[in-house]
Design a protein around this ligand. Structure first.
Ligand code: NAD
Length: 519
């Protein structure tokens, strides 16, 4: 039993009987293939956001333990990189099967630590699982190129080689999907990995690592260290770590991007968002309102691709009242309750911050059409709940618009024309996603061409690409140049080696010092 969750649910893959805990179970690190408890004295409580119950505790991993994890990854690297790609793929084939087997356990853990509804937690696992499935085709994805006879008797070819030890630093909002964006691609390319899960919901990462070991991933190929800023800084500074995959806020992301790059590392940094929906009056009302409600309030707005701002163009502004009608019937409840549409936000601090931003909208002259701040959820009175909130008459200068709220709060703005609406979207510093709702192909095409968001939806509210494409945020939502998963993800975790070979019967003759050419 690695660690059992307080309360009734235990989610270790181990079959040993559950041991009673007087204090909260400690979440182990994974170092060199062993799940080990840190000797750290400082711990952080992992809280169930629906109840404030302490689910477990993570250690602030010591520097020695961190070094041991990197050293284990470094030692495992030579053998793993030389392991045939077909063997590496087979580990992923097995891993996807095991994730399916344990999907329910993973989802319960996610709901308990993160708060989202059970159904949404299944989606969290499933969208990560799809990356594992994609990694099963790594041999083709990692293929190099070959040009025969670039000069007489000479061929040039390129191979994509792994980098070495890579690291991943995760946010709280997708405890399974985001670790699965990172390590399956990295290790199937032949790298070894050090993962730092979010300190708020580390359970899914540990469960996934158990499954990866069960699937046959050799010891040391995947390691896990828990902690916060210090461990992140240690990752940025470590000479043996070649690349960092980060997902989270802009404050942390830009810090990691700068500090990691200063040490010569590759960094891909997916960060915050303010995703807009433009609604034209010719859109299908019913489908559009449903899409806005689902993408605005699903996961309590804690998705990086949540639609947090809707711009009603022209007469579509009259739909605001209908939006309120649909939003206010959503059921806010503990995520394990079968009728829950949305669960709590992650922490008391997050709840206070969201309340402050809602109040900022009101104080700046916007209109609160639906106020979710005073909600009380029976059985979960201590939870960090906020009900669906709709603020209209928002303008670009308001703090509630400029900042990412990351809660169940939808801001509504109005524009006279599509041009005006696109200009609002493009003036926003973020560029993760933007959607348009319309029945006009001409308008949709203009929007697609002119909007500066990296992921565009046309009558699709949350256009997160499947893993054969890549997750392509831009502007302040992304730093780096190789995106997550898909071809770009494989390129991020590999470097190109170009080989030129000459095989011919060489005539003897005078030495030639001029630049060789094939003229
Ligand atoms: P966060 O930045 O607070 O934490 C992310 C990770 O960084 C954690 O592991 C944390 O320990 C570490 N960290 C936080 N502050 C740090 C600091 N100052 N120095 C070093 N390390 C630090 O993010 P979060 O609150 O967990 O996640 C929510 C954010 O993530 C939102 O902004 C959301 O938009 C973003 N996000 C983006 C994407 C995307 O693909 N663009 C996906 C999911 C989430």
């Amino acid at each position: 039993q690695l660690f059992a969750m307080r309360g009734s649910r235990c989610f270790s893959a181990s079959t040993e009987p559950q041991v009673a805990h007087s204090s909260p179970p400690r979440v182990p690190n994974l170092i060199g293939g062993e799940f080990v408890h840190s000797s750290a004295t400082e711990m952080i409580d992992v809280l169930n956001p629906a109840t404030q119950e302490v689910v477990s505790q993570i250690p602030l991993t010591t520097n020695e333990e961190f070094k041991a994890a990197v050293s284990a990854a470094k030692q495992a690297y030579p053998l793993w990189r030389n392991t045939p790609v077909t063997t590496r793929q087979r580990v992923m084939f097995k891993l996807q099967e095991l994730i399916r087997r344990d999907m329910d356990k993973l989802a319960v853990n996610i709901t308990t630590e993160q708060g989202k509804t059970l159904k949404d937690a299944h989606g969290d696992v499933f969208r990560g699982l799809e990356v594992v499935e994609h990694a099963c085709g790594m041999a083709t994805l990692q293929m190099g190129e070959f040009v025969s006879n670039v000069a007489s008797g000479i061929d040039t070819y390129s191979v994509r080689e792994p980098l070495g030890v890579c690291a991943g630093i995760c946010p709280f909002n997708f405890p399974a999907m985001i670790p699965l964006w990172m390590f399956p691609v990295a290790v199937t390319c032949g790298n070894t990995f050090v993962l730092k899960p979010s300190e708020k919901d580390p359970g899914a990462s540990v469960m996934l690592a158990e499954l990866a070991m069960e699937a046959g991933l050799p010891k040391g190929v995947l390691n896990i260290v828990h902690g916060t800023h210090d461990i992140v800084n240690a990752i940025c500074d470590d000479e043996d770590i070649k690349a960092i995959s980060f997902v989270g806020s802009n404050t942390a992301g830009m810090h990691i991007y700068g500090r990691g790059a200063a040490k010569g590392k590759r960094v891909q940094s997916n960060m915050g968002a303010k995703n807009h929906a433009i609604v034209l009056p010719d859109a299908n009302i019913d489908a559009t309102l449903n899409a806005l409600v689902a993408a605005g309030f699903g996961a309590a707005g804690q998705r990086c691709m949540a639609l947090s701002t809707v711009i009603f163009v022209g007469d579509s502004k009259f739909w605001e009242d209908k939006l309120v009608e649909r939003a206010k019937v959503l059921k806010v409840n503990g995520g394990l309750e079968p009728d829950a549409d949305l669960g709590p936000v992650i922490s008391k601090l997050a709840k206070e911050r969201i309340h402050r931003l809602i109040q900022n909208g009101v104080d700046s002259g916007a209109k609160l059409l639906l106020d979710g701040r005073n909600i009380v959820v029976p059985k979960y009175e201590n939870g960090n709940f906020i009900g669906p909130t709709l603020i209209t008459g928002v303008t670009p200068d308001m703090e509630c618009y400029k900042e990412e709220i990351f809660g169940p709060v939808l801001l509504a703005m109005q524009a006279d024309s599509l041009d005006d609406a696109i200009s609002i979207v493009n003036r926003n510093k973020y560029g993760n996603g933007a959607s348009i709702f319309t029945s006009s192909g001409v308008a949709a095409r203009k929007f697609q061409a002119e909007t500066e968001a990296g992921q565009v939806g046309i009558n699709v509210p949350i256009p997160v690409p499947l893993p054969f494409f890549s997750f392509t945020g831009n502007k302040a939502s992304f730093a780096g140049d190789l995106n997550f998963y898909g071809k770009a993800g494989v390129n991020f975790f590999t470097q190109i080696k170009t080989v030129t070979q000459q095989w011919k019967d060489l005539p003897s003759g005078a030495v030639n010092l001029a630049m060789p050419t094939s003229q």
